[in-house]
Design a protein around this ligand. Sequence first.
Ligand SMILES: C[S@@+](CC[C@H](N)C(=O)[O-])C[C@H]1O[C@@H](n2cnc3c(N)ncnc32)[C@H](O)[C@@H]1O
Length: 204
Amino acid sequence: MNHRFHDRDWVENYAETITTRRPERVEAFAHIVKQVQALESDSPTVIELAAGPGLLASALLDGVDGLQYVGVDYSPAMVHFAENKMADYKARCQFLCVDLRKENWAEGLPTQVDAIVSNMALHDLDELKFVEAVYQKSAELLKPGGLFLNAELVVKPESEEDVDGGKAKVGWHLEVLNGLGFEKIECPLDFGHYACIQGHCGKG
Ligand SMILES: C[S@@+](CC[C@H](N)C(=O)[O-])C[C@H]1O[C@@H](n2cnc3c(N)ncnc32)[C@H](O)[C@@H]1O
């Protein structure tokens, strides 16, 4: 367990400083919002995995009219912070305590959703087998054509190692999505260390 995620002061500091420390997030968030805006639904349901303090939630709810948002995270401190931050959007969003390393993590979540997104987070599951399991379950929760978009910290292409804990190279992510039958699989935004990996659910 990563204890800093459970510390209220750490969470507050993370929420206040992360955009300054990682300014490339601004472009990634704009990209994610644009991809969700492009979905056909007038009121898309979006699940965010390991949502943290609600920073992407804020961008999505501000940027997409009618969006219904469900954010999951295993840290009560993160969930508490996000709920307070997004209190004005209560009618359109909820945050739930969910451990994505558990097999039954998707129980109780909406199904046939329009999009599942995540940002700078799934590597914190620490092992790729958990990331892969999350991808697989996400394919089951999405409606046909639904968007899966993981803006993730990745192993740089020039690195000799392909894997670093829960991080992998972009190609690994694309291959997993391909194996799960996703379509229009691509990485349209790539900062080297941080990349948007996405695809549309091909079932149906
Ligand atoms: C680096 S933070 C990113 C937070 C947020 N996505 C963002 O970009 O601001 C990683 C997040 O993953 C969450 N996390 C780590 N392990 C998790 C797990 N097993 N299940 C659910 N969430 C987890 C942490 O609590 C934390 O909120």
